[in-house]
Design a protein around this ligand. Structure first.
Ligand code: PNS
Length: 166
């Protein structure tokens, strides 16, 4: 059974993440979406909130699971007997950071491969931080995040008076 791990902060999940997860689920037997968190690093959504949103957004994909971990990614990979890491690449600007992480993981765990999916064109500009910024300033995030989680993202990020205005 080919298992891959799709790690990230998912703070919050976007349509770009779901696109990559969905495409990976069509190619591999088991996809574990991993909320990789660092207790010392501030996040906007709790680990539980991020996992719950990911579960809702990927619920229709039977071979996708959601988990969390605060340790080294390569240790997690070994624990779940995963074959590779799956990540999305949006633009050249992502490349340097992703390349550094892929090489670090391969150094820590020889044989560990990172498979990059190029983002779908319509999601090129999307990131969790763009979603947070647009939402907190009252912008419309439909089309940026899965419909099933939009309400909770708005509820958390948008000031109360903005929510009342719609
Ligand atoms: O969504 P992000 O913030 O780009 O994801 C980064 C993430 C979570 C994949 C990365 O920080 C990570 O792998 N963290 C786990 C800790 C670890 O193994 N670090 C060393 C590998 S570079």
């Amino acid at each position: 059974m080919k298992t891959v791990v799709c790690p990230g902060s998912f703070d919050p999940v976007t349509n770009g993440h779901v696109d990559i997860i969905q495409r990976a689920s069509g190619l591999f037997d088991r996809v574990i979406v991993l909320v990789a968190y660092n207790a010392a690093k501030q996040s906007h959504f709790t680990v539980e909130e991020r996992m719950a949103m990911l579960r809702k957004a990927t619920g229709r994909l039977p071979n996708v699971e959601v988990d969390c971990d605060a340790g080294l990614l390569v240790d997690y990979l070994q624990r779940v007997d995963a074959h590779a890491i799956v990540k999305g690449l949006r633009a050249v600007s992502d490349f340097e950071y992703e390349f550094q992480m892929a090489l670090t993981n391969r150094k820590l765990l020889p044989g560990c491969d990172t498979i990059f999916f190029t983002t779908s064109g319509e999601n090129m500009y999307l990131s969790s931080s763009i979603v947070r910024q647009v939402c907190s300033l009252g912008g419309d995030i439909s089309g940026f995040v899965p419909d099933c989680v939009r309400g909770e993202i708005v509820a958390k990020l948008r000031p109360q008076q903005e929510q009342e205005r719609g």
